[in-house]
Design a protein around this ligand. Structure first.
Ligand SMILES: Nc1ncnc2c1ncn2[C@@H]1O[C@H](COP(=O)(O)OP(=O)(O)OP(=O)(O)O)[C@@H](O)[C@H]1O
Length: 686
C-alpha cells in the first residue's frame, strides 16, 4: 500500500517524490533498528554471537540507501487488490517496485521487492495480457533525483504496445564502472528465465549482449528471495571465465542486497594442486575428454586386490577367523555397488567385523555394537583393509597416470589409443605432487579422482557463465557441485574459443549431469549497436553455422569506423582513435591481440595516456582499459578501439578459434567501434 497522498501535493511528480523521501526515511529507520539491536542477552555463547553479529552486519549493509540506485523504479496500479498469496503481506492496489522491501513504522509496505509475486506484472504484463494491472508507471532518475515518470495504460487492449522511452534511455546510458543491475528494465523473455523454478536447470544460448550474464545474476537474486532458507543452507555459486570478469560482475548481487553468493572460476573450484604448467592443445583436449573419467575410475580402483590370507582377530583368549574367500565376497560386493571408493573403504572393516560377530554369536556370545566397532578397529582388520583396499591420494594417482606409461596403458586400454596416451604423458615424470608441473587440465583430473574417492559436496544452485568454453571434464567438475541442486548455464556457441569448446548444448548438459535442462534462446541485443553487430555477424556462417544473428534494441546509431593504415602508422592511428574516444563520455576499451599488448602499453605510456587492466574499475578519471583479446570475453566498453584484427585471429592455434576470438572482440562495444588495421582483414569481413 502506498503512503497517504497529501492533498496539498501540487502534481503527480511531487507526490512521487514525497513517496520517495518518506520511503528513504523508512529505510533509514529500518537500518537504525537493526543497528541498535543488542545481542548480548540473546546469545548463549561467542560462536552464536559471532554468527548473529555477522548476520546483523550483512543486514545493515543490505539496508544501505545507495545514493545512485533509486529506491524504487516503478509502480503498479492493480484493478483489484491481489490475492493474499500473490501480495505476500502487501495490502492495497498500488505498489511501488524497488530493489528491496521497505516498510513504515507500522509495518506497512512502502516499496515492494522486485522479486515478490506482486511485482511480476511489472515485467510481464502487456496490453494483451494485463494481469489485472491498470497502470504501469516507470520512473526516471537523474543523479539520484526522481525527475520523470512514464505511464502505460494496460486496460486499452486496442492501443499499440510502444517501446518505453525511459527503458530506451536506461539501455543507452553510457557505461562507466562495473556491471550494473537491470532490475528496472528486465524484459519479458529474460524474466521468464529469471523466475524459472528452482527445481529445474535452464541453459541459455544467446548472442553477445543479449543479457545472459545479467539474467544469470538476477536469477540467483530471485532464487535467494524465493528460497532463502534452503539456499542459505546449501549455498549458491556463480562461475565465470576469469578473475577480471568476476571483478566486473561482483557488485551486481550486493547492489541487489545479496551478499553471500560465492564467485569462482572453474580453476578455483579444482585447485587441489598448484598449477604451473601448460598443455599443448592436443594434450589438453585428451585430458578434457569425458573418456578420462573412465580411465580414472579404473585407476582409482586398481589398487584393490583380492585377499589371500584370512583375517584372524584375537579377543581375550579366543581367536576368530574370517577366511579369505569370505572377505573376497565382501570386496566384490562393495566394488559392484555404486558408492565412492572411500565410503567402500570405510565400510569394509565393518563388514569384516560383522562376520566376526556372527561367529561370536554362533559360539554363544552376545556381542553388542560396541564390540563390532572394537573389532572393526582391531589391528588385524585394519591391516587387512590396508592391503586389500588401499587408501588413494587423488593427486598422487593422477601424477602416476601422467608419469608412468605402463600404469596409464593398463587403465586406458580400450579407451585411449597409443597416440592419445603418448600425448598426455608428461615429458619428464614428476617426482612428487609439490614439484610436478600441473596444468589446469591436470587439476580437473585430480578433482575427478578426488570425487571418485569422496563425494564432492553439492550446492543448491550454480550459475555457469561463458559455459561454451568448458571441456567435458570441466562440465563434470561443475556438475558434481550441483548434483542435488539446479543450474543455470549461460553461453554462446559462437564465442567458444578453447580447442574443446562445445558445439552442442545437449551434449554439454549431458556432461554436466543435467540432460533434462531446457535450452532457451535470447536474441534481443542490449549492448552492441546495429551496424556493429551486423558487421561482426558476417563471421557467423564460418564460426557457428546455423546460429541466429542478434538483433539490437539500441536505437542510437553507433559510431562505426574501419580505418586502414600503413604498417608504420598503425600505432599512431590506434593512439589517435583512443584520444578521439576519450573526448566522449563513458569507458574505452583498446582491444588487441595478446602479443600486441606490451607494444601498445608502451605507446600509451609514451603518449602520457594512463590506462587500466581488465577487471580494474573504470571511473570518470580512468576510463581507458588496455584489453588483451583473450580477456575480453563477457566485458563491455562504451567505445572500443580494435587493433589489427588479423593479429587477433593469428594469435589462436587455428583459424576458426581465431575468428571466434575476433567475434568476441568486435562485440564488446556499447556506443562505438573503431577498427584500425594495417594487415588485410579476414576475408569474411570484407
Ligand atoms: N533488460 C535489460 N535492460 C537494460 N540493460 C540490459 C538488459 N539486459 C541486458 N542489458 C545490458 O546489456 C549489456 C550486455 O549484457 P550481458 O553482459 O549480460 O550480455 P551477455 O549476453 O552475457 O553478453 P556476452 O555474450 O558478450 O557475454 C549489459 O550492459 C547489460 O546490463
Amino acid at each position: 500500500m502506498s503512503a497517504p497522498v497529501p492533498h496539498t501535493a501540487p502534481d503527480p511528480l511531487e507526490r512521487e517524490r514525497a513517496h520517495l523521501s518518506s520511503s528513504r526515511s523508512a529505510l533509514r529507520a529500518m537500518r537504525a533498528d537493526v543497528e541498535s539491536l543488542d545481542i548480548k542477552d540473546v546469545t548463549a555463547n561467542w560462536v552464536n554471537a559471532a554468527v548473529l553479529q555477522s548476520q546483523i552486519e550483512d543486514r545493515i549493509t543490505a539496508l544501505a540507501d545507495l545514493a545512485h540506485t533509486p529506491l524504487f523504479f516503478g509502480r503498479l496500479d492493480y484493478l483489484h487488490a491481489p490475492g493474499a498469496e500473490q501480495a505476500e503481506g502487501a495490502e492495497g492496489e498500488q505498489f511501488y517496485i524497488g530493489r528491496r522491501h521497505v516498510h513504515d513504522a507500522d509495518g506497512d509496505p512502502m516499496v515492494i521487492d522486485w522479486r515478490a509475486p506482486v511485482s511480476q506484472p511489472f515485467y510481464r504484463a502487456s496490453k494483451k495480457q494485463p494481469m489485472d494491472v491498470r497502470l504501469r508507471r516507470r520512473f526516471g532518475y537523474t543523479g539520484g533525483e526522481l525527475t520523470a515518470y512514464e505511464d502505460e495504460d494496460l486496460t486499452d487492449a486496442a492501443g499499440d504496445e510502444h517501446a518505453s522511452r525511459l527503458l530506451q534511455s536506461e539501455i543507452e546510458r553510457p557505461r562507466v564502472g562495473p556491471m550494473r543491475d537491470i532490475v528496472a528494465t528486465i524484459q519479458p523473455e529474460q524474466d521468464e528465465i529469471v523466475r524459472a523454478g528452482i527445481g529445474g536447470s535452464v541453459c541459455v544460448q544467446g548472442a553477445p549482449g543479449t543479457g545472459k550474464t545479467a539474467v544469470g545474476l538476477h536469477r540467483v537474486a530471485y532464487l535467494l528471495y524465493a528460497h532463502r532458507e534452503r539456499l542459505a543452507r546449501t549455498g549458491t555459486l556463480v562461475i565465470g571465465p576469469n578473475r577480471s570478469f568476476l571483478q566486473y560482475i561482483e557488485q551486481v548481487l550486493p547492489a541487489l542486497g545479496e551478499l553471500n553468493v560465492a564467485q569462482a572460476t572453474v580453476d578455483d573450484l579444482v585447485a587441489h594442486v598448484e598449477v604451473r604448467g601448460t598443455d599443448t592443445a592436443a594434450a589438453a583436449r585428451v585430458k578434457g575428454d569425458a573418456r578420462m573419467a573412465e580411465v580414472l575410475r579404473r585407476a582409482v580402483r586398481s589398487g584393490v586386490t583380492m585377499p589371500v590370507d584370512p583375517v584372524v582377530v584375537v579377543r581375550g583368549s579366543r581367536r576368530w577367523r574370517v577366511p579369505a574367500y569370505e572377505i573376497e565376497e565382501m570386496v566384490r560386493e562393495l566394488l559392484a555397488r555404486d558408492i565412492r571408493y572411500g565410503a567402500a573403504r570405510d565400510a569394509l572393516p565393518q563388514r569384516i567385523a560383522h562376520a566376526v560377530l556372527v561367529r561370536m554369536e554362533e559360539a554363544g556370545e552376545a556381542p553388542d555394537d560396541r564390540v563390532q566397532d572394537a573389532v572393526a578397529r582391531n589391528a588385524a582388520v585394519k591391516s587387512a583393509v590396508k592391503s586389500v583396499w588401499p587408501q588413494v591420494d587423488p593427486a598422487k594417482l593422477v601424477l602416476r597416470l601422467l608419469s608412468d606409461a605402463e600404469f596409464l596403458a593398463a587403465h586406458a586400454e580400450g579407451i585411449l589409443d597409443a597416440e592419445e596416451q603418448a600425448e598426455i604423458l608428461w615429458d619428464k615424470p614428476a617426482r612428487g605432487v609439490k614439484s610436478a608441473k600441473w596444468s589446469a587440465a591436470d587439476a580437473v583430473l585430480v578433482d575427478e579422482a578426488a570425487d571418485l574417492v569422496a563425494r564432492t559436496p553439492s550446492l543448491g544452485h550454480v550459475v555457469l557463465d561463458e559455459a561454451q568454453d568448458l571441456s567435458p571434464m570441466q562440465y563434470r567438475a561443475v556438475g558434481r557441485r550441483c548434483t542435488t541442486g539446479s543450474a543455470t548455464i549461460l553461453g554462446d556457441l559462437a564465442q567458444g574459443t578453447t580447442p574443446w569448446a562445445t558445439s552442442s548444448w545437449p551434449e554439454a548438459l549431458t556432461h554436466l549431469g543435467k540432460p533434462e535442462a531446457t535450452v532457451e534462446e535470447l536474441t534481443m541485443g542490449f549492448r552492441v549497436p546495429r551496424e556493429v553487430i551486423a558487421y561482426a555477424s558476417r563471421l557467423l556462417p564460418t564460426i557457428a553455422p546455423g546460429l541466429a544473428e542478434a538483433t539490437s534494441v539500441r536505437e542510437a546509431a553507433g559510431d562505426f569506423t574501419v580505418r586502414a593504415v600503413q604498417p608504420s602508422e598503425l600505432d599512431a592511428a590506434v593512439l589517435d582513435a583512443c584520444v578521439s574516444a576519450l573526448a566522449k563520455e563513458g569507458s574505452i576499451g583498446l582491444i588487441a591481440a595478446d602479443a600486441r599488448i606490451a607494444a601498445l602499453a608502451d605507446v600509451l605510456t609514451a603518449a602520457g595516456l594512463p590506462f587500466l587492466s581488465p577487471g580494474e574499475e573504470t571511473s570518470a578519471e580512468a576510463r581507458l582499459t588496455l584489453v588483451p583479446a583473450t580477456l575480453a570475453k563477457g566485458l563491455e566498453y562504451d567505445y572500443v578501439v580494435l587493433d589489427e584484427p588479423s593479429a587477433v585471429v593469428s594469435g589462436e592455434p587455428d583459424e576458426r578459434t581465431g575468428l571466434r576470438r575476433l567475434y568476441v572482440a568486435l562485440t564488446r562495444a556499447v556506443s562505438g567501434l573503431t577498427v584500425v588495421h594495417a594487415a588485410p582483414l579476414p576475408g569474411q569481413l570484407g
